[in-house]
Write a new protein. Structure first.
Length: 452
């Protein structure tokens, strides 16, 4: 199974989206900690169809360049800080923090107890009939580790409406995790009834929420979330997170009938991988104007009751992924709902899917519903993934294969990736992953050495 996952990862190397700047490369998989870097990679466009073997060579160039970008020494300090904090503070008494929030939001923490009592047929604990509100301004609290008593102590209120946790690392340097908000605030309110009593939970959420983790004056990690939610209309989120020199961004835009998702991953200033997907047209949000949680409960029940009907309304979708600015994969699904209906009809038909005819019908439906292609910085398709019928012990089944238009040949993923030079690359990836694990005693003890 692990080997199959590795082959899927290798297939993913062929998936790509926008180009990146030139950068160093290398084998990245040596046994020595910190290995990475190397010569420049030529990210030129390939404007002719390559043979399966030539395609394999180009994929190896991409994969080696990608693996070679990573240098374990870059993240060593952050991993060792994590190790030290876990080792020092895992046995501290965290109850003061838990009790503080449970007291402030008693109804929220008590809700599971009410539900458990009802399910057991017992009389639930009487519900507290009061509203509670969260806001950064309402919290503005500082928590600090008390090393003498091995516990957490609530200190003075923060001066800038933030939530702060402070603790010293193993060497005595003060570290600080800080959460705060900026920008205009929006108020989100949910109401529900418990034992005949009305309850209200209110969140006053700023447009931007920030997080930083510092070790002394050194910034170790940060994250920024920008959100805009409007009930029954849209929900958009942009996340920009960074740990030392590893950075990733995520964008999610949900509308009532469609949405999109995108992300990008950077090593330093260089984009390693990015993707953009336009989600199928679908009924993603309830259309009524109710402001309480009941509208969402009814909406969920509607999907449970009308699942088969609603899934047939899924429209078209497309996605494009880029790896290292050297390869792109584009996929388009023409009509998800119709494809679902066609497959359902095949399952109910007279021809079993394990027969050659039944398996071929299944392949025809899938192949007709989508188009995809692998490209190397040009509009020349180098390969695509198709469904083909294969036989296993007398039964027939659909199987995805790599098809190369240059010579019309097809290969299963195992045939194409489970041999040299990809087996050498597998070892390089294993070495790189295990070098990271060796840095961290927590990862060493809880994950251990990995092998594909």
């Amino acid at each position: 199974m692990k080997k199959y996952l590795f082959m899927v990862m290798m297939a993913a190397v062929t998936l790509s989206f926008n180009g990146c700047k030139d950068g160093p490369s290398g084998n990245g998989g040596g046994d020595n900690e910190g290995q990475g870097g190397g010569g420049d990679i030529n990210k030129e466009a390939i404007t002719e169809q390559l043979s399966p073997e030539e395609t394999k060579e180009h994929l190896m160039k991409i994969a080696n360049g990608l693996v070679g970008k990573f240098n374990t020494n870059d993240q060593k300090a952050a991993l060792q800080l994590m190790d030290g904090m876990i080792e020092k503070y895992e046995d501290y008494n965290w109850e003061p923090i838990g009790n503080y929030f449970e007291t402030r939001y008693e109804d929220l923490f008590a809700a599971p107890r009410y539900m458990r009592a009802v399910l057991k047929g017992e009389s639930p604990v009487p519900a507290m009939n009061h509203a509670y509100t969260f806001s950064f301004e309402g919290e503005r609290v500082i928590w600090e580790a008390d090393d003498a008593n091995r516990t957490w102590v609530k200190k003075e209120n923060s001066s800038d409406n933030s939530i702060i946790l402070r603790a010293k690392d193993k060497s005595g340097t003060m570290c600080e995790a800080k959460f705060w908000g900026t920008g205009a605030t929006k108020t989100y309110e949910v109401t529900w009834q418990e034992n005949g009593e009305n309850h209200t939970a209110t969140g006053i959420i700023p447009e931007n929420i920030h997080f930083t983790l510092t070790q002394g004056s050194k910034l170790i990690a940060s994250a920024d979330l920008k959100q805009d939610m409007q009930r029954n209309n849209h929900a958009t989120f942009h996340i920009d997170a960074k740990v030392v020199n590893l950075r990733w961004t995520t964008d999610l835009d949900i509308r009532t009938t469609n949405g999109s998702f995108g992300f990008a991953f950077y090593y330093g200033e260089e984009k390693i991988m990015s993707a953009l997907a336009n989600l199928p047209k679908y009924k993603l949000l309830p259309k009524d104007n109710s402001t309480d949680v009941e509208s969402y409960e009814n909406w969920i029940e509607q999907y449970e009751e009308r699942y088969d009907e609603l899934i047939r309304e899924i429209g078209s979708a497309d996605a494009i992924v880029d790896i290292f600015g050297m390869a792109q994969c584009k996929i388009n699904i023409t009509n998800g709902g119709q494809t679902y209906a066609d497959i359902s009809n095949l399952d109910k038909g007279d021809v079993p899917t394990y027969t050659q005819q039944g398996a071929q019908q299944y392949c025809d439906v899938i192949n007709a519903a989508q188009t995809n292609g692998i490209y190397f910085n040009s509009d020349i398709k180098q390969a695509d993934v198709r469904m083909m019928v294969t036989e296993h012990y007398g039964d027939y089944e659909p199987e995805p294969v790599l098809y190369f238009p240059s010579d019309g040949t097809s290969y299963s993923f195992e045939q194409y990736f489970d041999r040299e030079p990809f087996t050498d690359l597998q070892q390089s990836v294993e070495n790189l992953a295990n070098n990271y694990i060796k840095i961290s005693s927590w990862l060493t003890n809880n994950v251990g050495e990995i092998h594909f």
